[in-house]
Design a protein around this ligand. Sequence first.
Ligand SMILES: NC(=O)N[C@@H](CC(=O)O)C(=O)O
Ligand SMILES: [Zn+2]
Ligand SMILES: [Zn+2]
Length: 332
Amino acid sequence: MTTLTLHSPLDMHLHLRQDAMLKAVAPLSAETFAGAVIMPNLVPPVDSLERLKWYREEILAAAGREDFAPYMTLFFRAYTREELEAAKPHIIGIKLYPAGITTNSEGGVSQIDQAEPTMRLMEELGIPLMIHGESNGFVMDREAEFLTIYRRLAERFPRLKIVMEHITTAAALVLLNEFENLHATVTVQHLIITLDDVAGGMLNPHLFCKPIAKRPEDREALAHAAVTAHPKLCLGTDSAPHPQHKKECCGCAAGVFTAPIALQLLAGLFDEHDALDRLQAFVSDNARRIYDVTPPAKAVTLAKKPFTIPASYGEVVPMWAGREIPWSVVGA
Ligand SMILES: NC(=O)N[C@@H](CC(=O)O)C(=O)O
Ligand SMILES: [Zn+2]
Ligand SMILES: [Zn+2]
């Protein structure tokens, strides 16, 4: 049986929520990941150091093991220099959401220009900026339209580390290569599905997320970059749990839940591309270098042995629930 051991896999974009949902999903990430970048889009958002420290403790308690590091982010707003200096040792970066563009982003930024003084301070202090990069244009064009903003920020703040979160287009990869200070995360679903899987046949709400899955040529470009372990790209699952009744309803919430199946799906993809030897870079080594983190030691062994994705994890339905996939986690 073919097996593969990954060392300290990292998820550089994760939603863990609060309360009962946090308690249900945090152990699932902690089982196979050594660390994760925790998104701050709670209600209300994590936009103070006090709230961030409280949230970190909640996560550690919910994860229930020592070998899982939550890398915390603050929700972008206008911060003072004093606030940023105090926050810096506790955060991996600050996450910017355009106002209203995705789940729980109502308090986000409506005028990017007005965000520049804070970005200037972040550049000076060496605090990375993570962005959900979508305009409010036509849904398939939102990321492409936002690329002009990424470009402007990359030019105006050459020493600011900018992470283009969950990229979904070939065009974003082109821009990624153009500026040294741009980096990117990509989800599992955007490497393996297109809009057809979401809405081309029977509507599949469990594959609906922001940004929406794009065209086959986008998926091919992203998959190529992932399986060749593009040095500026790393895994960020954007695993975003919503209870089943919020997905299977009229007005389905955006977010795909993949945390417990991400590594198995990736092993399948990398195997198909004869690239299993590059998975370690994509799920850990690139992130360690880009974000300058040293995760807890954790070995996760996968085997080419069929695995049926559960129908649900508590009240959350994962991507491809009930489907048999070729790789399993056999030791973590
Ligand atoms: N990706 C999503 O569709 N949803 C995320 C928010 C986000 O990452 O944009 C969520 O919090 O549910
Ligand atoms: Zn997002
Ligand atoms: Zn997200």
